[in-house]
Design a protein around this ligand. Structure first.
Ligand SMILES: Cc1cc2nc3c(=O)[nH]c(=O)nc-3n(C[C@H](O)[C@H](O)[C@H](O)COP(=O)(O)OP(=O)(O)OC[C@H]3O[C@@H](n4cnc5c(N)ncnc54)[C@H](O)[C@@H]3O)c2cc1C
Length: 462
């Protein structure tokens, strides 16, 4: 079992790229809503848990880079076990591409190690500033869900430490139930101390990119069908315009370039959003102007080019702390998955509800999930549409979230806990009917504000 506690790290890394939390208590995650007081205890070594919670009776939760939006990584008045110092690379096998690392390593640090060696992440979310543990705990998905499934599909093994001190080796064949409960298990089953990740070979940093404008969901579906063999696909959708521009967008497609090229490490991002933006900057006019500009940024109907992987996968990472753009009140994200049967009808109905509400979103992302089954009991993806929007927090935001959450329920879909701050217990329990089975695997000393909100204070196995 890899235990690096008495050794020098194989790869000395530091989370220099960004801070995991925005400051001292009260703590906030990426959406800056809600904010809760908590005690933070750093875990430096794998052996620090469960000692770190000796005498703690208010519950504990492992956290990574705080890149979840709502309260899945928060625990009001509890203890947050901060894992980012536990970030050593423990083993690397260039023959199989399997890397073993402590759970607090970030995907940015893995890329810094792997890209110069000709390897890439098998699945990546839209920011690289997340930890390995956080990526497993939310079973994150990327632009290649149809080809690759979600993150957990590429994790052969990990160690879970429970609050009673038990060390559980988890893989599809060793403790398979605990493996399935922990992938997408929102940190509730224990602390992941280290994990293996199967990387994939690349020969260049570059992505063969195509961008295609579309008008409406039918054109979106036609492009998707035409480009079914492209590995990475995602679309930006204008969720403000109505009439002939309703549901227009840009379909973005990419494959790792097969032409051998540079594999040097990434440069560091240059810009930091300087302050909390004043609320008046976020109105329908400015967001509408942004959406029109974004649509026309791609001047031609069809663009074919090569692009570095950084702007392709991580356009938002170019501006650090961009969440400040939403001001002190913060933002909430609404992210649904809908089954194929209701995908088109449901997306159009929800877009209409959003445009009717007058609440605009800078960023709306539409993509499709494929049918590679997730290994996690509570994983979010399901075959069909995935749609995500960020909304500034205003008084009308919360009623809209409730309406959209209910519509998601009626269309047979589900919302993503990693991005949520609003779903009700009734909505969660309908989206995830397996939650009671999952609760049997929950660690009794571990909980989160999200879990308490969606199951009640005595929810699950507590
Ligand atoms: C700009 C942006 C783009 C994003 N794009 C995507 C996307 O495309 N796809 C997607 O799926 N997600 C996306 N996300 C969400 C993000 O990938 C997830 O929320 C991710 O889990 C955050 O990881 P983290 O290290 O910041 O963990 P945190 O947010 O700190 O914690 C997340 C969860 O992981 C648990 N956890 C963390 N470490 C451990 C550990 N060692 N052991 C056990 N549990 C642990 C926590 O308890 C919590 O439940 C995006 C987020 C941002 C800000």
């Amino acid at each position: 079992m890899p235990d690096n506690s008495s050794q020098e790290p194989l790869l000395a890394t530091r989370n220099t790229a960004d801070e995991p939390f925005a400051g001292t208590p009260p703590f906030e995650s990426w959406g800056r809503y809600p904010r809760y007081n908590a005690t933070v205890k750093p875990l430096h070594w794998q052996s620090d848990f469960p000692r770190a919670i000796d005498g703690v009776h208010t519950g504990a939760l492992a956290v990574g880079m705080g890149r979840s939006y709502g309260d899945v990584g928060l625990l009001k008045d509890g203890t947050l076990l901060h894992t980012v110092s536990m970030n050593r690379l423990l083993m690397w096998d260039p023959q199989t591409g399997v890397l073993t690392a402590e759970a607090g390593i970030t995907l940015a640090q893995i890329l810094d190690f792997a890209v110069p060696r000709g390897f890439f992440l098998p699945v990546t979310p839209g920011t690289k500033y997340v930890t390995l543990g956080g990526a497993i705990a939310n079973d994150v998905h990327g632009k290649n869900h149809e080809a690759a499934g979600s993150f957990g599909n590429h994790v052969p093994k990990f160690e879970l430490v429970r609050s009673d001190g038990t060390h559980v080796l988890c893989s599809p064949t060793e403790n398979p139930d605990m493996f399935a409960a922990t992938i997408g298990g929102m940190g509730l089953t224990g602390v992941i101390t280290w994990a293996q990740l199967r990387l994939k070979p690349i020969v260049s940093r570059m992505i063969d990119y195509e961008g295609i404008q579309f008008h409406g969901i039918d054109e979106f579906l036609a492009i998707k069908k035409q480009y079914a063999n492209v590995e990475y696909t995602v679309s930006w959708l204008d969720c403000v315009s109505t009439g002939k521009n309703f549901a227009r967008g840009v379909f973005m497609l990419g494959d790792h370039s097969k032409d051998p090229g540079e594999l040097k490490p990434s440069g560091k991002p240059k810009l930091t959003f300087p302050m909390d933006a004043p609320g008046f900057l976020l109105n329908k006019l400015t967001i509408s102007a942004f959406n029109t500009a974004f649509f026309h940024k791609q001047m031609k109907k069809h663009v074919i080019t090569k692009q570095d992987y950084e702007p392709f996968f991580y356009p938002l990472d170019a501006v650090h702390k961009w969440n400040r753009m939403y001001g002190k009140r913060g933002l909430v994200q609404f992210q649904f998955a809908l089954p194929w049967e209701t995908s088109k009808e449901g997306t159009i109905a929800m877009l209409q509800e959003i445009t009717k509400s007058g609440l605009a979103s800078f960023l709306a992302v539409l993509k499709t999930f494929g049918d590679v089954p997730s290994l996690g009991m509570m994983s979010f993806p399901m075959p069909g549409f995935m749609f995500a929007l960020d909304f500034p927090i205003k008084d009308i935001t919360f009623p809209l979230m409730q309406r959209l959450g209910d519509m998601t329920k009626d269309f047979g879909g589900r919302l993503y806990p990693a991005k949520d701050a609003c779903m009700t217990a009734d909505q969660f329990q309908t989206y995830y009917p397996q939650w009671e089975r999952f609760a049997r695997y929950k660690d009794p000393a571990i909980t989160s504000s999200f879990w308490e909100r969606v199951t009640g204070p005595n929810g699950g196995a507590r």
